[in-house]
Design a protein around this ligand. Sequence first.
Ligand code: PLP
Length: 234
Amino acid sequence: MATIPENIQQLRARMAVVCEQASRPVHSVTLLVVTKTFPAEDVRAAHAAGETRFGENYVQEGLDKIAALADLRSQIEWHMIGPLQSNKTRPVAEQFDWVHSVDRLKIAQRLSDQRPDHLPALQLCLQVNISGEASKSGLTPEELPEVAQAVAALPRVTLRGLMSIPEPADTLEAQRAPHRRLAELLQQLQAQGLALDTLSMGMSGDLEAAILEGSTLVRVGSAIFGQRQRPAST
Ligand SMILES: *Cc1c(COP(=O)(O)O)cnc(C)c1O
């Protein structure tokens, strides 16, 4: 089996190919390394290979890894990307740098209230349920403008953009459609005066489609660490 550094190298090459196709500079797409279910030692290996941004889905697992890697804290950006319940916001506000999975105003209000004063503002994305699946969390496109304006006005958080997890699709064209829709929603919010710069979209299976549609941040786990042993979400 390939090693973590080899997989990262391969993934970076894959990203470079599609950036070239899209006539985009490689540095216009950030790689968020998704480490859920993988041990802190794997994070350390990815960090040693040059990666500095890591994403976790489960609050407690994320906190455990942040503690295990405390020696690297100043060199790492920690991103919460999983569903967040309102009774779990405090440790996230205190320990993470970003939250991609904000799906209602109340969560953003709590994160803003609970963000310690000595830290920079917490960076937020609003999660959009772009495929309209009843089982998926996220704001509907209709709810989005009002929530975005309210979140942008909160003092201790900075709204950066939008995130989505579209339904899996087989063809590149089918994968591109929901990413294009999210990019359009971002443009609409920008036209309403919000200074947003982040489209968090694309994972191991659809990052080409996402980058072609303007993704600025891809969230990649299995292409780096292999298949996960336990389910991807709870
Ligand atoms: C697990 C997960 C990823 C990474 O998925 P892979 O297919 O392993 O690359 C990205 N985003 C979110 C929200 C996830 O839960």
